[in-house]
Design a protein around this ligand. Structure first.
Ligand SMILES: [Zn+2]
Length: 158
Protein backbone atom coordinates (compact mmCIF):
# COMPACT_ATOMS: atom_id res chain seq x y z
CA UNK A 1 0.00 0.00 0.00
CA UNK A 2 1.21 3.50 -0.80
CA UNK A 3 0.20 6.15 1.74
CA UNK A 4 0.95 9.78 2.45
CA UNK A 5 3.43 10.55 5.22
CA UNK A 6 2.46 11.95 8.58
CA UNK A 7 2.44 15.72 9.07
CA UNK A 8 3.57 16.86 5.62
CA UNK A 9 1.33 19.62 4.20
CA UNK A 10 -0.22 18.40 0.94
CA UNK A 11 1.01 21.45 -0.98
CA UNK A 12 4.60 20.49 -0.12
CA UNK A 13 4.11 16.79 -0.75
CA UNK A 14 6.30 15.27 -3.50
CA UNK A 15 6.08 11.76 -5.02
CA UNK A 16 9.23 10.61 -3.20
CA UNK A 17 7.61 11.54 0.15
CA UNK A 18 5.04 8.76 -0.19
CA UNK A 19 5.53 5.70 1.99
CA UNK A 20 5.16 2.08 0.88
CA UNK A 21 3.68 -0.13 3.60
CA UNK A 22 3.31 -3.92 3.60
CA UNK A 23 -0.39 -4.74 3.25
CA UNK A 24 -0.13 -7.81 5.47
CA UNK A 25 2.26 -6.90 8.26
CA UNK A 26 2.11 -3.10 8.12
CA UNK A 27 5.90 -2.72 7.97
CA UNK A 28 7.39 0.22 6.05
CA UNK A 29 8.93 -1.17 2.86
CA UNK A 30 10.07 2.09 1.25
CA UNK A 31 10.17 5.79 2.08
CA UNK A 32 12.12 7.95 4.49
CA UNK A 33 9.14 9.51 6.27
CA UNK A 34 6.72 8.14 8.84
CA UNK A 35 3.47 6.84 7.28
CA UNK A 36 0.14 8.53 8.11
CA UNK A 37 -1.22 7.93 11.59
CA UNK A 38 -4.26 6.44 9.84
CA UNK A 39 -2.26 3.59 8.31
CA UNK A 40 -4.25 0.98 10.35
CA UNK A 41 -7.51 2.43 8.99
CA UNK A 42 -6.32 2.16 5.38
CA UNK A 43 -4.84 -1.31 5.89
CA UNK A 44 -8.10 -2.60 7.37
CA UNK A 45 -10.16 -1.26 4.49
CA UNK A 46 -7.87 -2.80 1.85
CA UNK A 47 -7.72 -6.13 3.68
CA UNK A 48 -11.50 -6.23 4.12
CA UNK A 49 -12.47 -5.29 0.57
CA UNK A 50 -10.71 -6.73 -2.48
CA UNK A 51 -12.60 -4.25 -4.71
CA UNK A 52 -10.95 -1.17 -3.13
CA UNK A 53 -7.91 0.10 -5.02
CA UNK A 54 -7.68 3.56 -3.46
CA UNK A 55 -8.84 5.42 -0.36
CA UNK A 56 -9.20 9.10 0.42
CA UNK A 57 -9.57 10.25 4.02
CA UNK A 58 -10.74 13.81 4.62
CA UNK A 59 -11.89 16.12 7.40
CA UNK A 60 -14.18 18.01 5.00
CA UNK A 61 -16.32 20.31 7.15
CA UNK A 62 -19.96 19.46 6.33
CA UNK A 63 -19.41 15.70 6.45
CA UNK A 64 -17.21 15.92 9.55
CA UNK A 65 -19.86 18.01 11.29
CA UNK A 66 -22.49 15.43 10.33
CA UNK A 67 -20.31 12.66 11.81
CA UNK A 68 -20.86 14.26 15.24
CA UNK A 69 -24.59 13.44 14.99
CA UNK A 70 -23.93 9.68 15.08
CA UNK A 71 -26.52 9.29 12.33
CA UNK A 72 -26.32 7.89 8.81
CA UNK A 73 -25.90 10.52 6.10
CA UNK A 74 -29.36 10.92 4.57
CA UNK A 75 -31.16 11.56 2.32
CA UNK A 76 -29.60 9.62 -0.50
CA UNK A 77 -29.12 12.09 -3.32
CA UNK A 78 -29.27 11.45 -7.06
CA UNK A 79 -25.51 11.97 -7.10
CA UNK A 80 -25.08 9.29 -4.44
CA UNK A 81 -27.12 6.92 -6.61
CA UNK A 82 -25.16 7.83 -9.75
CA UNK A 83 -21.84 6.99 -8.09
CA UNK A 84 -23.37 3.86 -6.48
CA UNK A 85 -21.91 4.86 -3.13
CA UNK A 86 -24.42 2.90 -1.09
CA UNK A 87 -25.63 3.74 2.41
CA UNK A 88 -23.32 6.15 4.24
CA UNK A 89 -23.21 5.04 7.86
CA UNK A 90 -21.40 6.76 10.72
CA UNK A 91 -19.02 4.58 12.72
CA UNK A 92 -18.77 4.95 16.50
CA UNK A 93 -16.10 7.46 17.59
CA UNK A 94 -12.65 6.01 18.27
CA UNK A 95 -9.19 7.54 18.77
CA UNK A 96 -7.41 8.65 15.58
CA UNK A 97 -4.92 6.09 14.37
CA UNK A 98 -6.28 3.30 16.59
CA UNK A 99 -7.13 -0.25 15.54
CA UNK A 100 -10.47 0.41 17.22
CA UNK A 101 -11.16 3.14 14.66
CA UNK A 102 -10.03 0.87 11.83
CA UNK A 103 -12.37 -1.94 12.90
CA UNK A 104 -15.32 0.36 13.57
CA UNK A 105 -14.94 2.10 10.21
CA UNK A 106 -14.68 -1.08 8.17
CA UNK A 107 -17.68 -2.60 9.97
CA UNK A 108 -19.82 0.51 9.46
CA UNK A 109 -18.67 0.86 5.84
CA UNK A 110 -19.84 -2.63 4.86
CA UNK A 111 -20.05 -2.81 1.07
CA UNK A 112 -20.43 0.97 0.61
CA UNK A 113 -17.92 3.26 -1.06
CA UNK A 114 -17.86 5.65 1.90
CA UNK A 115 -18.30 5.88 5.64
CA UNK A 116 -18.35 8.74 8.11
CA UNK A 117 -15.92 8.27 10.97
CA UNK A 118 -17.71 9.35 14.12
CA UNK A 119 -16.55 12.78 15.39
CA UNK A 120 -13.70 12.68 12.87
CA UNK A 121 -14.25 12.74 9.09
CA UNK A 122 -14.75 10.72 5.94
CA UNK A 123 -13.28 7.59 4.40
CA UNK A 124 -14.02 7.24 0.69
CA UNK A 125 -13.05 4.29 -1.49
CA UNK A 126 -12.84 3.65 -5.20
CA UNK A 127 -11.21 1.72 -8.01
CA UNK A 128 -8.65 4.57 -8.47
CA UNK A 129 -7.35 7.59 -6.55
CA UNK A 130 -9.37 9.86 -8.83
CA UNK A 131 -12.55 7.86 -8.19
CA UNK A 132 -12.03 7.81 -4.41
CA UNK A 133 -11.43 11.58 -4.44
CA UNK A 134 -14.66 12.07 -6.39
CA UNK A 135 -16.55 9.91 -3.87
CA UNK A 136 -15.14 12.06 -1.03
CA UNK A 137 -16.36 15.18 -2.85
CA UNK A 138 -19.83 13.68 -3.40
CA UNK A 139 -20.07 12.76 0.29
CA UNK A 140 -19.20 16.33 1.24
CA UNK A 141 -21.88 17.71 -1.12
CA UNK A 142 -24.42 15.23 0.25
CA UNK A 143 -23.59 16.35 3.77
CA UNK A 144 -24.11 19.98 2.74
CA UNK A 145 -27.53 19.06 1.35
CA UNK A 146 -28.39 17.13 4.53
CA UNK A 147 -27.52 20.23 6.59
CA UNK A 148 -29.67 22.42 4.34
CA UNK A 149 -32.61 20.02 4.83
CA UNK A 150 -32.15 19.66 8.55
CA UNK A 151 -34.73 21.53 10.53
CA UNK A 152 -38.40 21.98 9.81
CA UNK A 153 -38.42 20.32 6.41
CA UNK A 154 -35.98 17.52 7.11
CA UNK A 155 -38.43 14.84 8.20
CA UNK A 156 -40.31 15.08 4.92
CA UNK A 157 -37.21 14.00 2.96
CA UNK A 158 -35.42 11.55 5.22
ZN1 LIG B 1 -8.34 11.96 10.19
Amino acid sequence: MIITPSRVPFLRLRPHDLVVVDLDGGAVLAGALRPSIETPLHLSAYRNRADIEALVHTHSPAATAWSYLAEPLLPTTEENEYYAIGPIATSPPAPAGSSLLAEAAVTAMGASAAVLLGRHGVLAAGPSVEAALEIAAVVERQAEIAWFLRGDGAQRYM
